[in-house]
Design a protein around this ligand. Structure first.
Ligand SMILES: C[S@@+](CC[C@H](N)C(=O)[O-])C[C@H]1O[C@@H](n2cnc3c(N)ncnc32)[C@H](O)[C@@H]1O
Length: 517
């Protein structure tokens, strides 16, 4: 894993799922390129949508220029020539891009919700396709993930095949999804155009001559070229270069609440021939580099036997040190990664109040808690932490604030964040983090602990927020984390910090603060 950027092509470090959509990596045949969704992502172009009206789940389709029909179609028009995974993937991509939907949330909602998905398809495209099957949903997840991750480079490929930039910029967003879809949802000629582009790309791929931007010119030009090749926004590329390319392992946590030890999980992974290695830092964790699909297909997640969780999240939980009989409050809990890990550590004794402002994400937490048999020690509360802390009289020994953040430490797993974050948002985010810290500290008992964590590697969201908090709240002081995490993760100031390059896991931060008695 300790590869350096100079002698290793970063694309080769992506996980199995990523590679499905790495157009420079796969050996496509012509037919697979054109017909198989495994080998060519659903491409949605987007660089040209400055004038595109927002797309929201509640808005009726009305904007013809964007490729969506201008009036709601009569219901139940069935189109069997478009495959359901392509239609659903295209519509999800539109929802992510124009409606600001979170890719992970759509995936969760997608589970067993074929009907809802079809309603979105019908509202957007004007027809339904055959019903989605489980297999289709997996394809949808892969297509959407690949298209988002490679968005910038895919746009570059398409643009390089257009006669001029004008024709690229005037394309409808839906156009490049797929020949059939373009033909049926837009206009007959659109299919030819998609086909032409795909054929040309196949032929370039066969000759190993897919275009890549030239790395020359001044620093800005080179940064732009790198950003395109590796599909990143230019502005964060340089800070994040390493963090995004070096992660390919997936932490997998054995759910001890189901009676499954790490040894049991290792045995099961051995049987399935899934390459893995025990975590060096956490007893319940196993690193799975490839073969996560096999784990999923064998029902491990569905049965609640294990969870996919990065070790950095597990280590942030270790900073709080949950123990049986603890009463904990998790102030920003959904979709529940950390709550569920803490719950499994309680061994059936104690209670965690899990607050979140987002009802949908909280529902995911509730459902997963049932699957993992830890629902008995979790109490979900749908609330804004700020008003909850003002009205609530209960105090807790252990308070976790896993604050909303830029996600700059987890871009390798959350490619949608690459395109959703702007520098202007940072000021707003920092104020929210301050407000949530001020609220969370009201819930701490005298002598109790407040852990502030993020999945960011940006000091402005981490150390700076903590020091600003300590000025506002001198009754708190830093409790150095070295007793709770391995020394390598402890900073000079006593905080927990994981670094993608150094530790081969997501970037994360946690501060342990104690209220004086
Ligand atoms: C980083 S995520 C939490 C991840 C979670 N701890 C986990 O491990 O899965 C931040 C969460 O904060 C929630 N949030 C944002 N503002 C909030 C507020 N004012 N009150 C409560 N929750 C809030 C968001 O809905 C989001 O689910």
């Amino acid at each position: 894993m300790a590869a350096t950027i100079t002698n290793f092509h970063p694309l080769s470090l992506f996980s199995e799922t990523d590679l499905c959509f790495n157009p420079t990596k796969l050996n496509f045949t012509r037919s697979s390129f054109i017909t198989s969704p495994h080998s060519f992502p659903a491409i949605i172009s987007h660089a040209h949508h400055q004038n595109t009206p927002p797309f929201s789940s509640s808005s009726k389709p009305k904007f013809k220029k964007t490729g969506v029909l201008d009036s709601p179609m009569k219901t139940q028009k069935l189109n069997l020539q478009v495959s359901p995974h392509r239609a659903v993937a295209a519509v999800r991509l539109m929802r992510i891009e124009f409606g600001g939907a979170f890719a992970d949330l759509l995936n969760e909602r997608g589970k067993g919700s074929g009907n809802n998905e079809m309603e979105y398809v019908e509202r957007t495209l004007g027809f339904r396709t055959r019903d989605l099957e489980e297999r289709d949903l997996r394809l949808v997840t892969d297509i959407v993930g690949g298209a988002i991750r490679w968005r910038k480079y895919l746009d570059y490929l398409i643009l390089s095949l257009c006669h001029d930039e004008g024709s690229f910029r005037s394309m409808e967003p839906l156009l490049l999804q797929n020949v059939n879809l373009a033909k049926f949802a837009l206009r007959p000629g659109a299919g030819n155009m998609v086909n032409g582009i795909l054929r040309k790309l196949v032929s370039l791929k066969d000759k190993d001559s897919l275009p890549v931007p030239k790395l020359d010119g001044n620093d800005r030009a080179q940064a732009r070229a790198l950003a395109t090749t590796h599909s990143h926004p230019v502005v964060v590329l340089l800070i994040l270069f390493f963090s995004c390319f070096f992660i390919c392992s997936l932490g997998t946590r054995a759910n001890i609440a189901k009676g499954l030890t790490r040894e049991d999980l290792v045995m099961k992974l051995n049987l399935l021939k899934v390459p893995h290695e025990p975590s060096l830092h956490l007893d319940d964790f196993v690193r799975v580099r490839r073969g996560m699909q096999t784990v999923i297909q064998n029902g491990f997640l569905k049965e609640g036997l294990c969870s996919v969780q990065d070790e950095s999240a597990g280590l942030a939980v270790s900073v709080l040190d949950p123990q049986p009989d603890d009463c904990i409050i998790d102030c920003c809990a959904a979709p529940g990664g950390k709550t569920l890990f803490m719950a499994s550590r309680l061994n059936g004794r104690g209670m965690i109040s899990a607050i979140d402002i987002n009802k949908g994400r909280l529902r995911i937490l509730e459902e997963t808690a049932k699957l993992q048999s830890v629902d008995g020690v979790i109490n979900c509360i749908h609330a804004d932490l700020r008003s909850f802390a003002d009205s609530n009289k209960l105090k807790f020994n252990k308070v976790l604030l896993d604050a909303p953040c830029s996600g700059l430490g987890v871009l390798s797993k959350r490619p949608d964040l690459r395109w959703n974050r702007k520098l202007e948002d940072m000021e707003e985010l920092k104020s929210l983090q301050d407000e949530l810290l001020d609220a969370a500290c009201k819930l701490v008992k005298p002598g109790g602990v407040l852990v502030y964590s993020t999945c960011s590697i940006d000091p402005e969201e981490n150390e700076d927020r903590v020091f600003a908090f300590l000025i506002r709240h001198p009754e708190f002081q830093i409790d150095p984390v070295h007793s709770y995490v391995p020394p390598d993760f402890s900073t000079e100031q006593g905080f927990f910090c994981s670094c993608p390059v150094k530790h081969s896991m997501d970037g994360a931060f946690a501060a342990r603060l104690i209220q004086s008695q």
